[in-house]
Design a protein around this ligand. Structure first.
Ligand code: GDP
Ligand code: GDP
Length: 437
């Protein structure tokens, strides 16, 4: 499902990240510590009155040594590009500043809805501080306190009034939605063009309902596919598209609407830190994952090169050991025809539902082969029963005497046994422990 997006804009220190954390805060469940992924968050999911939406803290998008005015211009442009509604945060204690006015001018030209939040208005007496900010031209400013939560509900009500009515767009169930992600220049758009050119496909471009996202739909081998956010891949040349945070943000936006994610690497340049972040987000999203090594034509190789590259990927991306790897050249089209069948396979695996009796056989065999561990003086973990509770990704609950006793390594062992028993290539899987005596 697609969700509306709110971007928070404003000068440094006005309280953007405090407000971001208040909106998204507790919702972030960090499953594993993947290097670089869980730190410096600028994008997250939030909920208000039973509706989900996404929030971007543009303050976290910095570009090198650019002067402040330039940074703020870029942040405002990103907000305009990405968001349905923009929240401009100002500091009620400082009053109106020239920098607030500069950003407002950029935002005014965009015709996007902008709501002004006058922050650090921590009590009723301070509310008159909002009057200064009428002159920005966005109507009534909202007095808020990011640190206390005061007024943030009224602000969100107003934000919701401005979301387009079709912002919560349903995903079509019989269509495989996939996203093509990766750092700039790995060949994402070349790969998409190559896939579309290779297949005899009926292509239709559908303007995204809310933003200028364009998806490409087509049919191949009787299966319907949709590549999400193909427009995002085509845009070129603006400095901020090359900033690392922004490209990660775009990747997250795209994979959110996908069932399967293609993480594209550059075979010629090899793996760098930013690739790991993109892959980390793909994994965390719980989507099916395929690793595509592109530009294979440009690699000088012998009969060992592919194995060596595979080993490197497995080492660097140990958290997505389940993802199949395909070596392609978007340029010469070598093996590009393999991509869609693998996407289809991964999508099927991601949706897999296993019979409960088979799951229990697998788990009980696993326990018999490798009994649950005990530490001296500790209770022994007893597993009574296991069942699958969800698909996409397949999620299993094991009922145990005490969930605390299911440690990471034994959980991993059970996960591996389930993987061996079922064909789950490309799909993450989850094992959750629940108490039942
Ligand atoms: P950002 O640079 O815009 O992201 O600002 P931060 O969220 O990092 O906040 C800057 C400072 O303002 C921090 O010390 C916050 O604790 C403080 N702050 C944020 N919101 C409020 C508020 O509502 N009231 C007060 N008194 N301080 C706040
Ligand atoms: P994106 O930024 O990830 O969408 O990357 P592009 O598709 O724009 O490609 C970046 C550059 O890599 C362009 O100069 C492409 O011509 C080149 N490129 C893309 N795919 C291949 C490939 O398979 N082989 C070679 N040799 N070059 C490629």
């Amino acid at each position: 499902m697609s969700k509306p997006v709110v971007a928070i804009v404003g000068r440094p220190n006005v309280g953007k990240s405090t407000i971001f954390n208040r909106f998204v805060g507790e919702r972030i469940a960090i499953v594993e510590d993947i290097p670089g992924v869980t730190r410096d968050r600028i994008y997250g999911e939030a909920e208000w009155l039973n509706h989900m939406f996404n929030v971007i803290d543009t303050g976290g998008i910095m570009i090198g040594d650019e002067p402040l005015s330039e940074q703020m211009r870029v942040q405002a442009e990103i907000a305009i590009e990405e968001a349905d509604v923009i929240i401009l945060i100002v500091n009620g204690r400082d009053g109106l500043t020239a920098a607030d006015e500069d950003v407002s001018k950029i935002l005014l030209r965009s015709n996007k809805p902008v709501i002004v939040g006058v922050n650090k208005v921590d009590n009723l007496e301070m509310e008159e501080q909002i009057y200064d900010f009428y002159s920005l031209g966005f109507g009534q400013p909202f007095p808020i306190s990011g640190s206390h939560g005061r007024g943030t509900g009224d602000l969100l009500d107003e934000v919701f009034n401005h979301f387009p009515s079709d912002a919560w767009d349903e995903i079509e169930p019989d269509t495989i939605h996939f996203a093509v992600v990766g750092r700039p220049n790995v060949g994402k758009s070349s790969l998409v063009n190559s896939i579309l050119g290779e297949e005899r496909v009926i292509v239709s471009e559908r303007a995204g309902t809310t933003r200028d996202a364009i998806d490409t739909s087509f049919v191949s081998d009787k299966q319907k596919y949709r590549i999400v956010d193909t427009a995002g891949m085509r845009k070129r040349g603006k400095i901020y598209e090359n900033t690392e945070k922004y490209s990660v943000l775009r990747a997250m936006r795209a994979l959110e609407r996908a069932n399967v994610v293609l993480v594209v690497l550059d075979g010629e340049e090899g793996i760098i830190e930013q690739d790991k972040k993109v892959a980390g987000y793909a994994h965390e999203s719980g989507r099916g994952v395929v690793i595509v090594v592109n530009k294979w034509d440009a690699v000088e190789k012998d009969d060992r090169t592919m194995n060596e590259f595979t080993e490197r990927i497995r080492e660097e991306f140990s958290f997505i050991a389940y993802a199949p790897i395909i070596f392609v050249s978007a340029k010469t089209k070598q093996r590009v025809q393999k991509v869609l069948p693998v996407v289809k396979l991964v999508s099927d695996n991601h949706q897999m539902r296993m019979p409960t009796h088979v799951i229990n056989d697998v788990i009980m065999d696993a326990v018999a082969m490798n009994p649950t561990p005990t530490a001296s003086g500790m209770k022994r973990l007893r597993i009574n029963y296991a069942t699958q509770v969800a698909v996409a990704p397949p999620t299993f609950v094991v009922f145990v005497n005490d969930p605390e006793l299911l440690h990471f390594s034994y959980r991993r062992y059970l996960e591996n046994k389930l993987r061996e028993a079922f064909s789950l290539e490309g799909s993450p899987l989850k094992v959750i422990a629940r108490r039942k005596n």
